[in-house]
Design a protein around this ligand. Sequence first.
Ligand code: HEM
Length: 393
Amino acid sequence: MTLQYDPFDEAIRNDPLPVYKRLRDEAPAYYMEKYDAWALSRFQDIWDALSTDAFSAARGTTPAQLLTKDQPVTPMLNVMDPPSHTQLRSVIRRCFLPKNVRAVEPIARKLVGELLDEAAGRDEFDAIGDFSARLSVTIACIAIGLPIEDGPMLTKLVQRFFHHDPGEEGMTEAGMAALGELSAYCEDMIKARRKQPSAEPAAIDALASFELGGKLFSDADAGSHVSMLVIGGSETFPKVFASGLMRLAEYPDQREQLVQDPTGIPDAFNEILRYDMPTQFLGRTLTRDMEFHGKTLKKDQAVIFLYASANKDDREFDDPDTFDILRRAPRFLSFSAGNHQCLGTHVARMEGKVCFEAFLSRFPEYELDLDRAVRLKTEFVQGFASLPVRNLR
Ligand code: HEM
């Protein structure tokens, strides 16, 4: 069968891994005529591409920005290029350093304990809505400098932003409306912060006072930057946690190993991140021509990096389709690489350690109701939107 790849194709959205393997083996630089864009699928190609200066993020990075072009590019750190990206990133980065993360870890542990107390004895609870999403949004609020009590409302907005009904592609009207509401909320928060700076500066204060070329951001632009932090900080972790619960239920011997020896959790979390990366791809636009596998990818064409494919590339990983918590891969692409590498890596790893340690010690024999789980199967994000857990003893 001829190889055809369109990330929006329904069969591919339902099961992208087989086509990723064919792309890696048969067409590692694949041209998508419909979008005048390329797909790179091998680990080393993506790794190398991310470390060159031949790509710009300024025309967007998501499928809805680069392919369907129905999501406008709004001012956010992830769509900036050097030198302004480097300047702003270095300021925001200070709020996500290991020492800041260590300072919030006791808060994370306490919250996780309380949420598991609430779960104990119930017939069922949702690994996302009742647990991991509540943790990630709370920690994101603290790191960004937003009121913790707004967390549940922010989670709903972010979920609406990503929600797709079956068959919907790219960015939906409802998704754009949710992003508008989120940005308006963040703009109000910036205004309030500019009037009354906080005694404990957080990322929102860094954005409120940051000057680019001697000029402050407008309230609206600073608010848009804050909304990116809310989305990045709250959305991905719960999906990774839920897929981890699924894999550990699927491989009970590996689960038992972690129950007996929780010091293996950080390595197991890396394997969970590698094995089921929710974000299928992000992309950039070429600033000059580049050659990949005898093909010339031209200046101004979009290129998507199939991270989820790269993480299963047998040129990089032995037995990539085997889930193995002892793997200890020296590198993977779940946090991307290069100048846009995830700023929340330390936060995400702390959340993974705290959640799995507490959950496995409390409910080592949990069961999942996969028939009633809600899954997102979009061209962009794959993973659980909700995952019912039982046997909470
Ligand atoms: C398991 C959880 C997470 C995963 C898998 C993840 C993954 C990623 C990836 C792949 C990128 C690169 C985007 C690109 O290639 O354009 C990214 C960027 C980013 N992430 Fe995360 N992320 C996670 C959690 C977080 C958290 C908790 C925060 C903040 C609290 C965060 C903040 C950011 C920011 C600010 C960027 C943009 C960096 C830049 O453009 O310079 N992420 N993340």
